[in-house]
Design a protein around this ligand. Structure first.
Ligand SMILES: Cc1cc2nc3c(=O)[nH]c(=O)nc-3n(C[C@H](O)[C@H](O)[C@H](O)COP(=O)(O)OP(=O)(O)OC[C@H]3O[C@@H](n4cnc5c(N)ncnc54)[C@H](O)[C@@H]3O)c2cc1C
Length: 475
């Protein structure tokens, strides 16, 4: 190592840690600063939630099945890595999304008129949505639960039959506990800026029409996966991205080496890992927040105590593969979510072979992934394998009428699948960060967004802060 080289350690090799290590290396090179980056990952493989079961010609994602192309962060990184030719946009069919309600699947239509004429809400539930125009605003600067916000603005039925399943789909969460500002910052912003969601929708549509007339490019228009953009993956699954980042980190990547805690040492930080001790100038902590709390117990106990209180939802992802001739008509669309008031035992199912036809199941087979567990069900994901598969089969039959026997199954369980941002989350995160000593930076999905795009955006910020902290130490 050339003299004057500064050392940065990244702890945790999920997408957040891998991206942070990559960004630090790239930024240091651009700034002409000699920096060595080491990444410590507990498991024997990098990627964290980016993992898949690859068996019998199936690729069953254990975690995310893609990212939305409507935000720039993942796509920019993909371009930087020269991986555009590996991208796999979801099929047009993925635009069709469903909600299971009152005994059947309802398609969610994108146009406001079709939405109003159909969907899972009763006539009175739909009429109540019009009342959104006159709803009391959330007091400025105040956080509130998603349930309180949705009931006040859209009515109880919209909360139960629209927002609740959406929250299950993104966070496996519970709207009665979750923070509006942390979980859906854009919605909070729209309410503040336009005075309500209907007003925001109308104003944005008018602005887009004006822009179109002027001949400007309209960003954020609906793609095949709905208004949020196009769900995009990689030909062989999302771990193509984590594997490529790991390659860039090279010999700085230490898998199978768990970090226990940090101590002050040698003007910087001493990392105590399962394998030994390493002295570094700066640490980026990209582990789940409860692990980060334990690692910080000596170096920053007050921050650690705040992080230790961020709850997580458990989940099981159950893949079921079918012979297409057994299906009659194969499912066509993205899949469906189930409101918790329905009292079912799965959160919903994604029709993977329809989202990425030809890339996740072998010829003649159809794959779906059912999601089990979440913030309100900590037990079902941990049923024994056989019982779990049988339970999911029963639920699939009851909700989408598919009673054929699957010829393939796979199970992945996450004890801590997704962090839950409860009311006041952002303020607590700020406080935890404010109490960190110099040279320790947080990254990861526990703080400002769980989506892949959010993780990559936050990792870039963490990398910048880490390099700045070296500057402050006189590099
Ligand atoms: C089932 C599921 C479906 C999802 N679907 C989507 C989706 O479709 N689109 C989307 O955008 N997002 C999705 N998400 C969310 C997204 O996948 C995650 O938020 C993101 O992958 C988290 O990345 P991370 O690096 O922050 O955390 P993790 O992936 O959890 O990485 C943390 C890493 O830290 C390591 N670690 C733990 N303890 C230690 C230690 N002591 N020392 C060293 N290393 C340690 C772990 O082994 C792990 O590798 C999904 C998540 C789940 C669970």
């Amino acid at each position: 190592m050339p003299s004057g080289t500064r050392r940065i350690a990244v702890i945790g090799g999920g997408i957040s840690g891998l991206a942070a290590a990559y960004f630090v290396t790239r930024m240091a090179r651009q700034q002409g600063r000699p920096v060595r980056v080491d990444l410590f990952e507990r498991e024997n493989r990098p990627g964290g939630k980016f993992d898949a079961t690859r068996k019998d010609g199936y690729i069953v994602e254990a975690g995310p099945n893609g990212f939305l192309d409507s935000k720039p962060w993942t796509l920019d990184l993909v371009r930087e890595l020269g991986m555009e030719d590996r991208l796999l946009p979801s099929d047009q069919a993925a635009a069709r999304r469903f909600i299971y309600s009152r005994g059947r699947l309802h398609e969610l239509k994108a146009s406001p008129l079709s939405f109003f004429l159909g969907g899972p809400l009763s006539v009175s539930g739909r009429l109540r949505i019009i009342g959104e125009l006159w709803a009391q605003p959330t007091p400025r600067g105040k956080d509130t639960t998603l349930a309180e916000f949705a009931t006040r603005r859209l009515g109880r039925e919209a909360l139960e039959r629209l927002l609740d399943p959406m929250v299950s789909g993104i966070f496996a969460g519970d709207p009665r506990r979750m923070s509006l500002r942390a979980s859906f910052p854009r919605i909070a912003e729209l309410e503040e800026q336009y005075g309500g969601l209907t007003r925001a929708m109308l104003s944005i549509a008018a602005e887009k029409r004006k822009a179109k007339r002027r001949g400007d490019e309209v960003v954020g228009s609906s793609g095949p996966s709905g208004p949020g953009g196009v769900l995009t993956s990689f030909l062989d699954g999302v771990s193509e991205l984590s594997d490529r980042l790991a390659l860039h980190i090279g010999e700085g990547l230490h898998t199978g080496d768990s970090v226990n805690f940090l101590r002050r040492g040698n003007g910087g930080w001493k990392i105590i890992t399962q394998e030994g001790e390493v002295d570094v100038d700066c640490v980026i902590l990209a582990t789940p927040s409860d692990v980060s709390a334990a690692i910080l117990s000596d170096a920053a106990p007050e921050s650690g105590a705040i992080l230790s209180r961020i709850p997580y939802s458990p989940m099981a992802v159950v893949g079921l593969g079918y012979d297409i001739p057994d299906l009659g008509t194969p499912p066509d669309g993205f899949g469906y979510l189930i409101p918790s008031v329905e009292g079912r035992r799965i959160l919903g199912a994604l029709w993977t072979s329809s989202i990425f036809p030809g890339y996740r199941s072998p010829p003649g087979k159809f794959l779906l992934r059912a999601m089990v567990g979440g913030a309100r069900d900590h037990d079902t994901p941990f049923l024994p394998d056989e019982k779990l598969v049988e339970m999911v089969r029963g639920e699939i039959s009851a909700t989408m009428g598919l009673s054929a026997r699957p010829t393939f199954s796979s199970i992945v369980r996450w004890r801590k699948a997704i962090p839950l941002y409860t009311v006041g989350h952002l303020e607590r995160v700020e406080e935890a960060e404010g109490r960190l000593p110099g040279g320790i930076v947080l990254a990861g999905n526990a703080y400002r967004g769980v989506g892949i795009n959010d993780c990559i955006r936050e990792s870039e910020k963490a990398a910048r802060s880490a390099l700045e902290s070296l500057g402050q130490q006189g590099a």
